[in-house]
Design a binder for this molecule. Structure first.
Ligand SMILES: [Zn+2]
Length: 217
């Protein structure tokens, strides 16, 4: 469900004008190729049909990946000159999208706003790295007969925590998560994201079970 619009671009090299399709909404969970392009900072990068020069069109677009609870507005770098205006526009657009998409949108979190492609590329790289790390943890959890609680990825980014948390026993509680974390870091001392979280979580006596991930759409 990604979709495109058309942009009227001008080549900075040969000054030719041309029309080209650009992505205005990218569903990164459904379109792996577009996700890769965003990660490589190549999404919406155009080639001038006259001289072949690379052209970065002045377009804003939205990146959406519900499994990782990512909703990002990517504005051209030049829009930074009027940052406040574009942040206000994002808020208005987000409100309209929320009406249209309803509970498919990550709730309780403001969308990310980026000027230029770099911020989103870094976020996607980070999530890939988290995913690899999570797979290793999952393997150890299975081996130790622990269950895995899937916390909200947006919460995890905010808290600086891994989003998959091992726990012992039947249901995830503060105590069963602490028990699961203790076992997993004992079994593998390279799972530093979990040992760091365990330390933080144990100290923060008011921290309960983190919010759960939204069901995958
Ligand atoms: Zn050109």
């Amino acid at each position: 469900m990604s979709f495109q619009g058309t942009v009227d671009a001008n080549c900075p090299s040969c000054t030719d004008g041309f029309d080209a399709p650009v992505w205005s909404f990218v569903h990164g969970g459904k379109d792996a190729i577009l996700r890769d392009q965003a990660k490589a900072m190549e999404l919406n990068l155009l080639l001038c049909p006259s001289c072949g020069a690379a052209v970065v069109p002045e377009v804003a677009w939205i990146y959406y990946e519900p499994d990782d609870e990512i909703l990002a507005f990517v504005f051209p770098v030049s829009y930074l000159a009027e940052e406040a205006k574009w942040r206000d526009k994002m808020k208005a657009d987000f409100a309209a999208m929320r009406e249209a998409l309803g509970d498919h949108l990550p709730v309780g979190h403001e969308p990310e706003v980026y000027f230029g492609p770099e911020g989103l590329a870094k976020l996607l790289e980070f999530e890939d790295w988290r995913r690899d790390e999570r797979d290793v943890m999952f393997f150890f959890a299975k081996d130790l007969k622990l269950s895995v609680y899937k916390a909200s990825p947006a919460w995890a980014r905010e808290y600086g925590a891994p989003s998959w948390l091992p726990y012992e026993g039947k249901s995830p509680t503060r105590a069963s998560i602490i028990a699961g974390l203790s076992k997993i870091v004992e079994a593998n001392d390279r799972l530093t994201a979990w040992s760091a979280f365990l330390e933080k979580f144990e100290k923060d006596a008011s921290a309960g079970v983190p919010p759960a991930a939204m069901a995958g759409h």
